[in-house]
Design a protein around this ligand. Structure first.
Ligand code: CU
Length: 570
């Protein structure tokens, strides 16, 4: 095992840099898909919007929603492609209004609990276009679902993690959840719910099981005008960015491993970009201020987005709105990260602007092949409603400022046997279900967690239940730490203090990490330190079991996920 670590370290620290050498394990977009992608004209269809291609979910009762997970087969994601079968959350309306492969939004009120059910009406087994690795799933080729509210402050029965029931929900089964939307933990924010099936999250999300969950409050009303002085109504636009590959027959393409005998691939990267479930769309805007709510819904691609001309003012992220706007040049969003952004198009009447994706700057590191084009923005010349004219000086949200941690936990991120067909990843040298739960914070306490990245790539680390403060990142000698502590065959165990191997001072968080987060980029060569308060929703009795994991969903499935259990005080 040691040899493979050494080789990976060479990839990481060698003069040549990592990307080209890392790719064989990531599986390139296939030639079949590239031939299709190259023929799709860009910017020939409008991006779906809430009420116009995205369904705003209809309740089935007071504060109640009844979803089914269904396969849709008749939607065209591009005019030149045959219809693409995909999976969707149906609110009971039949989804006649859903245009693309992302097309559902729940709008709730902060402080008002919602009850939801999800009934599995998908095929009993996976269709041919979804390549299951039956070594990773509990019941082979059977479709077993588990809906998780990403960013949700919920009890563990409603969390949608494997501890609810490890086999998940099969055909005809109903998952029933309560989302308390409790304050102050759950302010106005953009969350999302998506499938979390054990060993199949990457496939079920790829197939389409993802939807927006928007919380409002008395400030962030979604209307215009509002007390914050930000755009609302048609001038607030959710943008969910996802990369995909296509087969000639219109089906989504998910490659299997190049390695004989293996199915699972380490990262899925598309060669076509979808926004709100449509291929390379355009967005028409008026020359005035807009609010974009951006979610990176990719399986593995880290986005670095800009608009060319107009300035970007970020007003919030994963955990809701901040206390003040921050100017950003590029939005660097790893999978599951969100950015709430104000953009003023008033100086660009008649312009055609491009939303572009760039290679993220170091120390963010990803083996993703380039995919630059995202969406065209067509600025008109007429303003039908002027709206806010300037960026607000302050906002009614929060900066993150937690105190008095009771402990520091060191969590290692390991890559095992990268040149073997059986390669995988883990945390703390343990598989997901290996041994007892090792992370056991006490309810009501604050803890620091340090992600010790011993791989060559950035891992977006997501924690269920809590939002956290990003304290900073400290460079360290990963090689020396690993050589000193690589006791187990499965990498470096957790809990070993890496501070003797630090090579410089802690760097402060990026300005875009100002508020509370639920997903943080753990970059290679750095110790990434976060701080969280492990509270439980009112009425929830400890112990409660959740998970934390890498949100590159291929990594999560094999096997960069571990449980944590919130214990009762005393
Ligand atoms: Cu990862």
């Amino acid at each position: 095992m040691a040899a493979t670590f050494t080789r990976r370290r060479f990839v990481q620290y060698g003069a040549a840099g990592g990307a080209a050498l890392v790719l064989p394990w990531a599986a390139r977009p296939s030639k079949a898909s590239a031939a299709v992608a190259g023929k799709l004209a860009k910017y020939v269809q409008p991006v779906p919007l809430p009420g116009a291609g995205i369904v705003v979910a209809t309740p089935s009762g007071l504060n109640q929603y009844s979803f089914t997970q269904r396969q849709l087969v008749d939607r065209k994601l591009h005019p030149d492609l045959p219809a693409t079968p995909f999976w969707a959350y149906d609110d009971g309306t039949g989804l006649g209004e859903q245009a693309g492969s992302f097309g559902m939004a729940v709008v709730g009120q902060s402080g008002t609990p919602l009850q939801m059910t999800f009934t599995n009406e998908l095929p009993k087994t996976y269709p041919a276009w979804i390549p299951v690795d039956t070594g990773l799933t509990p019941l082979g080729n059977e479709v077993r679902l588990m809906t998780h509210l990403h960013g949700g402050f919920v009890d563990s029965d409603s969390d949608g993690n494997p501890y609810v029931t490890p086999n998940g929900f099969g055909q005809g089964d109903m998952q029933s959840v309560v989302y308390p939307n409790q304050l102050p933990q759950q302010p106005a924010s953009l969350l999302w719910f998506h499938d979390h099936g054990l060993g199949a999250t990457r496939l079920n999300v790829f197939a389409g099981l993802a939807a927006a969950y928007i919380l409002r409050d008395e400030f962030d009303t979604g209307a215009e005008p509002n007390p914050i002085g930000i755009p609302g109504g048609a001038y607030e636009i959710p943008l969910v960015v996802q990369d995909r590959q296509f087969n000639r027959d219109g089906t989504f393409l998910y490659p299997t491993s190049d390695v004989p005998g293996a199915t699972w691939i380490g990262e899925y990267f598309g060669d076509v970009m979808l926004v709100n479930g449509k291929v390379w769309p355009f967005l028409e805007v008026e020359p005035r201020m807009y609010r974009f709510r951006i979610l990176n819904g990719c399986n593995a691609r880290i986005l670095s987005l800009d608009l060319g001309g107009p300035a970007l003012w970020q007003i919030g992220a994963d955990g809701g709105m901040w206390d003040q706007p921050v100017s950003v040049n590029q939005l660097v969003l790893a999978p599951a990260e969100r950015a709430d952004v104000l953009v003023n198009f008033s100086k660009f009447p008649g312009a055609r602007l491009m939303l572009k994706n760039h290679k993220p700057k170091k120390p963010v590191s990803t083996p993703a092949p380039s995919l630059e084009q995202v969406m065209e923005i067509r600025v008109g010349t007429n303003v039908s409603q002027p709206g806010p004219r300037r960026i607000p000086a302050s906002l009614p949200g929060r900066s993150a400022n937690l105190h008095d941690p009771v402990t520091t936990r060191y969590v290692t991120l390991n890559e095992i046997d990268v040149d073997e067909p059986t390669w995988f990843l883990n945390m703390n040298a343990m598989r997901f279900d290996e041994g007892p739960v090792t992370e056991t914070p006490t309810a009501g306490t604050v803890e620091d967690w340090v992600y010790v990245n011993l791989t060559a790539d950035t891992h977006p680390m997501h924690m269920h239940l809590v939002t956290f403060q990003v304290l900073g990142r400290t460079p360290f000698d990963a090689q020396a730490y690993e050589e000193a502590h690589e006791a187990a065959a499965n990498g470096v165990p957790g809990g070993i203090d890496p501070t003797p191997y630090e090579t410089g001072p802690m760097l402060p968080p990026d300005p875009s990490e100002r508020g509370f987060k639920d997903t943080v980029k753990a970059n290679p060569g750095y110790l990434t330190k976060i701080r969280a308060k492990f509270e439980l929703p009112r009425g929830t009795v400890a112990p409660q079991t959740y998970v934390y994991h890498c949100h590159i969903v291929e990594h999560e499935d094999n096997d960069m996920m571990r449980p944590f259990q919130v214990l009762p005080p005393g």
